[in-house]
Design a binder for this molecule. Structure first.
Ligand code: GLC
Ligand code: CA
Length: 562
């Protein structure tokens, strides 16, 4: 198999607003990132994925862009950006930018023009429709609650916004839109960036209106106020991505990953096919949507291990040899992985964070580490709605409580478990006030557990989560089997253990992870009775026969040479 650099890479995601503040205004910025590049180098990652840093009114923290070729003032200047990029490259790392092209901000000049009049040359850059009987054109719902349509009095029509009403959807049907976007991408490539993470890219092709000029109606679940637009994997999405690939991506040495809500393994084989005509890999959502309930993500249900194993294994085996996986348990839209899939009590926080990391990093694909995950950072007990900043959470509280589907108390509990702000509290650098993130007042509260969980303390402790991640990353570089080995699930019926093998030629790994706080017995397969420990999260010298796994214990064993 031909190996590309991104097959072997480990990616680290930075959410700039919460990473490091250099000037005391309480908001993370580019100079803050530059000041921490040595920390990332020490961790050993290869690639930084930077969440949006473009000019934005911040209705959705930078995912609403008003100028694709300017830096958000709060984050710094283009000179700061260039210095950061040079610093990344000097250290042998690469930079992948977030590309948000399903929608823009309503303050983007294209939209300001578009809404001005029916005959404006930019009118067709967005998706405008007439109302039906004085109401929205159809029942599509926005991912951030309410209708996906916003009435605009200036021209007496509605525009589509799958996210907030300040994030109007671009009309990809319009060739001029594609031309503008592709030349903007080309501009960034010429600047020397190394790839793109493509925001909600599976949504860019909307199902066309039917013969009557009306959009297809959304699928309603019982009790829904609005339906699901069913925009994922739309009719022309692959055509658009192939065009993007021909016109931009294939002309540079890039890494591309598409955020693909609603993607199946079948679809992923098209988006991320090894022939390289579209993207390198996708972010799938099946494992992070497990256990969602009647109110979608707003639930206190825990993920069932058997289902989790089944989904992770399906992606491992079905993509094998056909497409490339991305591996993630957390990002800026998800709660902290240790709280969700592990155990964030002081007793088990570190050990279960290491277990989860082992489970994920020993799989096939490109691993993504979300800032603070390498420290085992946890969800945050937000005291009240006052401390919540995320538009998705705030809109959901309003919609769901007004509809009588939940109470404010219950919603606050759900937000502490599933809200996006859990991932957005400031990076915990040390135990000084505000966790060393800022000298000022942070834009969102610092998790009070920073005195116990922080980078300074973990750098000094060789047994920390940080050093464990460092070791995992280094192992991937030493052991080809981690990158290329074929995956096989063992013990599918176990409710407590996640066990799998990786095989590459004569080399074979066995990964055993205890997902419970109990001790668990496990009989090693015979071929592993003579094996060495590649990595583990408890002190253990040798191994053989029947073993007793400690709470949240993880082990990766390598079969001794044949
Ligand atoms: C993606 C981003 C998320 C954002 C949304 C709209 O899902 O990851 O943060 O709110 O797209 O751009
Ligand atoms: Ca700042």
């Amino acid at each position: 198999m031909k190996t590309a650099w991104w097959n072997e890479a480990v990616v680290y995601q930075i959410y700039p607003r919460s990473f490091m503040d250099s000037n005391g205004d309480g908001i993370g910025d580019l100079n803050g990132i530059t000041s921490k590049l040595d920390y990332l180098k020490e961790l050993g990652i290869d690639v930084i994925w930077l969440s949006p840093v473009y000019q934005s009114p911040n209705d959705d923290n930078g995912y609403d862009i008003s100028d694709y070729q300017a830096i958000m003032e709060e984050f710094g200047t283009m000179e700061d950006f260039d210095r950061m990029l040079a610093g990344i490259h000097e250290r042998g790392m690469k930079l992948v930018m977030d590309l948000v092209v399903n929608h823009t901000s309503d303050e983007h000049p294209w939209f300001v023009e578009s809404r001005a009049s029916m005959d404006n040359p930019y009118r067709d850059y967005y998706i405008w429709r007439e109302g039906t009987d004085g109401k929205e054109p159809n029942n599509w719902g926005s991912c951030f609650s309410g209708s996906a349509w916003q009435y605009d009095a200036a021209t007496d029509m509605y525009y589509l916004h799958l996210f907030s009403r300040r994030q109007p959807d671009l009309n990809w049907e319009n060739e001029k839109v594609r031309d503008e976007l592709f030349s903007m991408m080309d501009w960034w490539c010429r600047k020397g960036i190394d790839g793109f993470r493509m925001d909600v890219i599976s949504l860019i092709s909307k199902p066309l209106p039917d013969g009557s000029g009306r959009f297809l109606d959304g699928r309603m679940q019982p009790g829904d106020l609005y339906g699901d637009p069913g925009c994922a994997n739309g009719p022309r999405v692959h055509e658009y991505l192939q065009e993007m690939n021909r016109r931009v991506l294939s002309r540079y040495d890039l890494m591309t990953v598409g955020e693909c809500a609603g993607v199946t393994t079948e679809e992923a084989k098209r988006y991320a096919s090894l022939d390289g005509t579209e993207l390198n890999m996708v972010f799938q959502f099946e494992h992070v949507e497990l256990g969602d309930g009647e109110l979608g993500k707003w639930t206190d249900r825990r993920v069932d291990l058997k289902e989790f194993k089944q989904i992770m294994s399906k992606w491992q085996t079905e993509l094998s040899g056909k497409a490339w996986n991305s591996l993630y348990l957390s990002n800026h839209d998800q709660p902290r992985s240790v709280s969700r899939f592990g155990n964030d009590s002081p007793k088990y926080q570190a050990v279960s964070a290491k277990m989860l990391a082992t489970c994920l990093h020993m799989m096939q694909g490109t691993p993504y580490i979300y800032q603070g995950e390498e420290l085992g950072m946890t969800n945050c007990e937000f005291p009240s709605f006052e401390e919540i900043r995320d538009i998705e959470s705030l809109n959901a509280v309003k919609e769901l409580t007004e509809a009588g589907k939940t109470t404010p108390e219950e919603m606050l509990r759900f937000i502490r478990l599933r809200g996006r702000d859990n991932a957005r509290t400031p990076m915990q650098w040390d135990n000084s006030p505000q966790a060393g993130f800022t000298k000022g007042e942070p834009w969102i509260m610092v998790n009070p557990n920073y005195t116990r969980i922080n980078a300074a303390q973990e750098l000094a402790d060789l047994d920390s989560v940080f050093h464990y991640y460092k070791k995992l990353i280094a192992l991937r570089r030493q052991e080809t089997v981690i990158v290329h080995g074929a995956y096989q699930l063992l013990e599918p019926e176990s409710e407590s253990l996640f066990v799998y093998t990786r095989t590459y030629g004569e080399e074979k790994l066995l990964v055993i992870c205890n997902f419970t706080e109990h001790e668990e017995e496990y009989q090693l397969p015979e071929e592993f009775e003579e094996s060495s420990i590649l990595i583990g999260n408890y002190p253990r010298k040798n191994i053989g026969g029947r073993i007793c796994l400690k709470p949240y214990e993880a082990l990766a064993l390598k079969r001794n040479g044949l």
